[in-house]
Design a protein around this ligand. Sequence first.
Ligand SMILES: Nc1ncnc2c1ncn2[C@@H]1O[C@H](COP(=O)(O)OP(=O)(O)OP(=O)(O)O)[C@@H](O)[C@H]1O
Ligand SMILES: [Mg+2]
Length: 290
Amino acid sequence: MDIENIVIDVKDFSFSYAMSDGETQKNALNNVNFKVCKGEFFCIIGANEAGKSTLCNALVGLIPHFFQGNMTGDIVVLGENTKDATVADLASKIGLVFQDPFNQLTYTTTSVAEELAYGLGNIGVPRAEMHRRVKEVAKTMRIDHLLQKNPLELSGGQVQRVALGSVFVMNPEIIVLDECTAQLDPLGSKEIFDVVKVLNERGITVVMADNDMERVAEYSDHVLVLHENKQVTWGATREVFADLDFSSLNLRPPVYVSIVEEYIRRGLWKKEVAIKEKEVITISREILNQ
Ligand SMILES: Nc1ncnc2c1ncn2[C@@H]1O[C@H](COP(=O)(O)OP(=O)(O)OP(=O)(O)O)[C@@H](O)[C@H]1O
Ligand SMILES: [Mg+2]
């Protein structure tokens, strides 16, 4: 790993939420350690309640600055310790797209254009520049036709695009996406994901909590695996997926891994496990030609 290029460094991070009774705490994550390099496509996987959203909240400083609780360890984003930075300051470097896009709306604006401009206003971007950036982002997100609409009148997929747009408009170097396609139908999900891919190709570092294992296998460089509030492993996706016992983590393996494992079990294939569609096609052809 190229130390010069590390943009996120998570060091022994643990967090427990303070409960509303003011006395008890809910443990959410323990001793998480990993690094993300510039330009990477990094995925976080784990079953329900594993701690994915907690980690996403921590990466952008909402933990410890917004959520009450007990945090130990450090998270350093682009050289800045999140404990010492403000959330607003971090927002222009690292943006979070929430798991529920409706949480992203400010509920203080009357049009999508205002919604997109909101964060820019907070950091004092001049009006002309604001207009330019809102227009550009609306085009990328294919929401130009919605700019004058009231955000409360949008469909789920449209809200998701506005949510992503309101993060992207800040020009962050890193975007964190918390299962941002989980609530969409396959077409809506593909549309959002295609935009994320374009952003990544433009050099933006992407950190994505995602349980679509085929997609994680296909696109991520590195993957972090969480289970029951703990880190199971992290590393290059190919290496992690080749060894991972998915079922014990309540996760479904990528279908391509299952197919090749079956080939291996039947003695048809004696080499390594594949994790991507194209690789399985090649292996299947080879087996058929044997
Ligand atoms: N605001 C909160 N207050 C108290 N406990 C919380 C809060 N948010 C999450 N938790 C608890 O922290 C643990 C980790 O939850 P988290 O939401 O981070 O998991 P997740 O992997 O994102 O789950 P999901 O797949 O359901 O989105 C769970 O036990 C959860 O109940
Ligand atoms: Mg979550």
